[in-house]
Design a protein around this ligand. Structure first.
Ligand SMILES: C[S@@+](CC[C@H](N)C(=O)[O-])C[C@H]1O[C@@H](n2cnc3c(N)ncnc32)[C@H](O)[C@@H]1O
Length: 1005
């Protein structure tokens, strides 16, 4: 196989729409997904990773039909590939299809090995371990999605990450399930006969062991309370009463087991808290709640919220639970409390402004008040799933018959720390000096006095997490006593350490109340950041309904079950820097990786939240990864100004340098015919310039780019720029020995050829809008990046930013030509004025989405218009674009059409842009149809061209299916009406106007 016919599927075609759809669906899967093992930010969907690995290793020719007319074979090849890849990229996946994919990969690999070694290598030899499997590296592996898919597809997977938390997740995802997944009669374990019951089962067993132990220790801190609806039960069930009566306890040897909520009692789901400050007014000094909103339940037909009451003469508010059938009937606004940290004192109305709140916080004077608690009433009948309840019951703190004894909790924290050597986490938040009260990337709690990780938890949460960690450590001792194999013990305890992390995610003061339902308590990291919370919910870790250890004990084994593959799959997980890889030259068949993107996610800083617990639960088992107080920050590839004395420019440069170094390393370890795919978070092409340049300088040719939606559809839609994919898969290869190229001779003709071919074929495959532009720009980059440098005829080098513009220009021109073909017409759209061309292409690419200025400039250059300044599209009396801060947005006819001068020739007789005339005509059609004739007579637009533009804007290419409809709304409807009724709306009016130009135009038609 020569390099020329070694074109891989990912270099030719991927059914991106189908993969995106499935990836979005996968994001909403909770049960059994690897994301339920441990949180990692921006994990990529498995199906997208699967497509990337498969596409990188299988030749495009695999799907080429042997027979049939030659001219149809190309499209048939892609249709066949699409069919298979769509079947392969289903979550979780069909075993048979995956086996077939493995065979495709091994067949291609055997052929490549034969070429490499000069000796025939067969698939059987690979399967039997006599020849190597394809090696796939992810050097920024994070939560391990890419290596997992490489493993699933029968490759040797190599995962590298700098972060110890990521490393632990990767061990749990990639290594342990393959080593210890299956039951084993030769190893000690928890099966009835005392042997290893399989990893998932062992984790379930020991997770429950820990649960029982912890519940016996601290179960009294989450007491069931008498159900107000069951009048006979009056007594609060605290630890003392339970021990006295023995009610509900079971015994297993010496071990006290879980206490069940007796009939007539309610189980706590969560306790709801507000932060507080002392009133600023010296004459008042009341306690001011900082709560932002008090919704408890907001569902159709059920509206429950807390009403704040400030009793006269008192210094503390009361919270009353109010329920109503409608929002209005509540009689107050549950969202009218603190705003951005500014709160009004309910007693004297003095505002505790945010500066004061920060001051108080920094001095350690932000307090906590419990407002209410949510309970569940269990269904009476059995046979339901875990935690089946009759909905939540909300009770004001004043009606809860037991108060938290904080002295007792403090004492118990002291006792457990003294006994076990564990400690309240004291590592600094954001790795900043103790006296630094500034925000850092994504972390906004320090100005309020939250300096150490231990401060992110209430006392009870701290005691709870410490008790779980202690029980996990204790379980290790018991496993050893039971003569468990040391490595298996290490694996089990590591999972339980990860489970404590997961509990911490649901057990901090970052967890707000989900008043729309579900398990109630939201996790700490709904976003990739740590924001200040003014009110939060404290979960009951024993609550069966979720956000608890009980749920984690089910979710973790369910995820493990799906990670145990057939066959002897091998993966290597290591911790280190992508900037200096430990592997020898030319050792990998593919690198598929998803690097951090500038300052998007402060991985090291936020992962310290977990690290501080993991270090205590499993640090002794992995001492080489937990030697320091926090995660390593220095070698992290991130553009964080804090690490560069606040200098953003230096931070950016440092990040780019690191990425260039990492790509150079990838180039070194990749085989000469190896394949590299880089997942890129930036949605638009502007951000690519640096990355593409770094790839090119490291010796790569960029061959393709595939836009894939890797986030949930709901989120995508909520972004105005609905048409944009959430990540780009950039495909690259080692370049070989090409020297400098001439832009005019070598690059331009090739660029046009590639782009023309790409636009035609992808259009035929149904790809449109921004996806088409991105894919074509990616392919067009090949023309440039196959050279070390590209020079213009005058000897000047084409800079990275410039070649991106050049590619985008060619892509947009080609798309416009293709759109012209769609709408017919003799002259096509190419001859319409630049502003109108710009309008059509923007609508085609971005629908109604806004575009940041940098990207908009590239787009404008590509269409030969100016955005700002004299004659710019966003300036003048009738701008086509609106500029808001650094974002441009296209205005539609509803926003421009009522301007009488719109579409009229300028004072010197120059015709207005056609888009102006068209938008004015749309507005008149809708609002003043009787004025249409006058307008046409005065404006004298070229009706033939105007009709083409209207057709292009209303046509199926621009509607773009589901997303298109979302984006273009009203104008699209008006355009459709206008094009459908062209004769009656426009031509008849033109006829009535009797202008000579119209007669002439009509005759031409
Ligand atoms: C975008 S994430 C990868 C996410 C992953 N694809 C997933 O699905 O979970 C980027 C990763 O790069 C890691 N990282 C940052 N700097 C690094 C370096 N110098 N070497 C290796 N890994 C690094 C971060 O810890 C983070 O896990």
């Amino acid at each position: 196989m020569s390099t020329s016919d070694d074109r891989r599927l990912i270099e030719d075609y991927l059914p991106i729409e189908a993969i995106s759809k499935e990836a979005s669906r996968e994001k909403s899967v909770r049960k059994g997904h690897i994301s339920t093992l441990h949180l990692w930010w921006a994990r990529r969907p498995l199906v997208a990773c699967r497509a990337a690995v498969y596409g990188a290793l299988v030749p495009a020719s695999r799907f080429r039909p042997q027979n049939g007319p030659e001219e149809k074979r190309e499209s048939q090849t892609r249709a066949n590939a699409a069919k298979f890849v769509e079947r392969l990229c289903k979550y979780p996946g069909d075993a048979q299809v995956i086996a077939e994919a493995q065979r495709h990969i091994l067949e291609a690999h055997a052929e490549r090995l034969t070429q490499e070694t000069g000796k025939k290598v067969t698939v059987d030899e690979i399967v039997e371990g006599r020849a190597p499997r394809p090696k796939v590296l992810d050097m920024f592996a994070g939560g391990g999605a890419i290596p997992l898919e490489a493993l699933r597809l029968g490759c040797e997977a190599y995962a590298l990450d700098l972060n110890p938390v990521a490393h632990i997740i990767e061990l749990c995802t990639l290594v342990y399930p393959q080593k210890y997944g299956k039951p084993d009669k030769n190893s000690k374990g928890s099966a009835e006969d005392g042997t290893w019951a399989g990893l998932a089962e062992e984790v379930r067993h020991w997770g429950n062991w820990v649960l029982d132990k912890v519940k016996a220790e601290i179960g009294d801190l989450y007491p069931p309370i008498p159900d107000p609806k069951a009048p006979k039960t009056r007594q609060v069930l605290g630890k003392a009463q339970l021990e006295m009566t023995g009610k509900g306890f079971q015994h297993s040897g010496q071990q006290k087991l879980a206490v069940e909520t007796p009939a007539g009692y309610l189980t706590p789901v969560a306790y709801l808290w507000t932060r507080t400050v002392r009133c600023k007014n010296p004459a008042c000094q009341a306690t001011v709640p900082l709560v932002k909103q008090t919704w408890l339940c907001k569902k159709a037909g059920r509206f429950v919220a807390l009403k704040m009451v400030a009793p006269k003469g008192k210094k503390k508010v009361l919270f009353e639970v109010v329920a109503a059938h409608s929002e209005k009937m509540l009689g107050f606004d549950p969202e009218a409390f603190s705003k951005g940290g500014n709160a009004t004192c309910p007693f004297c109305e003095t505002v505790a402004d945010v500066a004061y709140v920060k001051e108080e916080g920094w001095a350690g004077r932000i307090g906590l008040e419990m407002m209410a608690a949510a309970y569940s009433r269990h269904r009476k009948k059995g046979g339901e799933t875990r935690g089946a309840t009759e909905g939540k019951v909300y009770i004001s703190v004043d009606d809860i018959p037991s108060v938290l004894d904080s002295d007792d909790i403090t004492k118990r924290i002291g006792t457990i720390c003294g006994k076990t050597g564990l400690a309240i986490p004291s590592a600094p938040i954001a790795n900043l000096p103790h006296d630094c009260n500034e925000n850092s990337l994504g972390i906004r709690v320090r100005p309020y006095g939250f300096r150490t990780w231990g401060q992110m938890f209430t006392q009870r949460q701290t005691l709870c997490l410490l008790t779980f960690v202690a029980a996990v450590r204790e379980s290790e001792r018991v496993m050893q006593e039971n003569e468990y194999d040391a490595e298996r013990t290490k694996a089990l305890v590591t999972y339980m350490g990860a489970m404590v992390d997961k509990l911490a995610d649901f057990c901090s003061t970052e967890c707000v109340w989900n008043y729309t339902g579900g398990r109630g308590v939201k996790n700490s990291f709904g976003r990739q950041a740590l924001a200040m919370t003014w009110d939060f919910s404290e979960t009951n870790p024993f609550n069966e309904a979720g956000a608890s250890w009980v749920a984690i004990c089910e979710d973790t084994p369910a995820a493990i079950d799906l990670l145990v593959f057939d066959g002897k799959m091998v993966s290597e997980v290591s911790r280190g820097s992508a900037m200096s890889l430990q592997w020898s030259n030319a050792s990998f068949d593919a690198v598929v990786t998803d690097p951090p993107y500038y300052d998007n996610v402060p991985y090291a800083d936020i992962s310290d939240f977990f690290y501080v617990w993991l270090r205590q639960s499993v640090g002794h088992l992995h001492p080489e990864h937990f030697a320091t107080e926090g995660t390593p920050k220095k070698g992290e590839a991130i553009a964080d100004p804090n690490r560069h004395g606040g200098d953003s420019e230096n931070a950016r440069k440092a990040y780019e340098k690191m990425m260039a170094q990492a790509f150079a390393e990838a180039h070194r370890v990749l085989k000469p015919n190896g394949q590299m795919t880089v997942v890129y978070a930036h949605k638009t092409t502007l951000g690519w310039a640096t990355l593409v340049d770094a790839l090119r300088r490291s010796g790569f040719t960029v061959t393709e780019a595939w836009p894939l939606d890797t986030e949930m559809k709901a989120r995508l839609r909520s972004m105005e720029s609905a048409a944009l994919a959430s990540s780009i898969f950039l495909v690259a290869r080692k370049r070989g020995n090409a020297g400098a190229g001439s832009y005019e001779k070598d690059v331009q003709p090739e660029l046009e050829r590639i782009v023309r071919e790409r636009v035609e074929t992808l259009w035929e495959m149904g790809i449109g809008g921004a996806d088409l532009v991105i894919a074509c720009v990616g392919a067009g980059l090949r023309a440039f990046t196959r050279f070390v440098r590209v020079d213009y005829a005058n000897g000047e080098e084409v800079p990275a930013q410039r070649f991106l513009t050049e590619v985008e220009t060619v892509v947009l021109q080609t798309i416009l030509a293709r759109l012209s073909k769609e709408v017919g017409g003799k002259q096509g759209l190419a001859s319409v004025d630049p502003a109108t061309r710009f309008y059509i292409l923007w609508r085609y690419t971005y629908r109604s989405g806004g575009l940041d200025a940098g990207e908009a400039i590239i787009f404008a250059n590509g269409t030969h218009v100016e955005l700002d300044g004299l004659g710019g599209l966003s300036s003048g009396a009738r701008p086509l674009l609106e500029k808001q801060k650094a974002t441009f947005r296209l205005l539609d006819y509803t926003e421009r059409g009522d301007n009488k001068k719109l579409g009229m020739p300028s004072d010197d007789g120059q015709p207005a842009p056609l888009i102006d005339a068209l938008q004015r005509a749309l507005w008149l059609m809708e609002k003043r149809p009787g004025h249409m004739a006058d307008f046409l007579r005065e404006a004298q637009p070229n009706l033939e061209q105007m009709r083409l533009v209207a057709q292009a804007l209303a046509g199926p290419a621009l509607k773009g299916g589901e997303l298109g409809e979302v984006a273009t709304g009203t104008e699209l409807a008006a355009l459709t009406k206008l094009t459908t009724n062209w004769r009656s709306v426009v031509e008849d009016a033109a006829e009535a106007a009797e202008g000579p130009l119209f007669r002439a135009t009509r005759q031409r038609q």
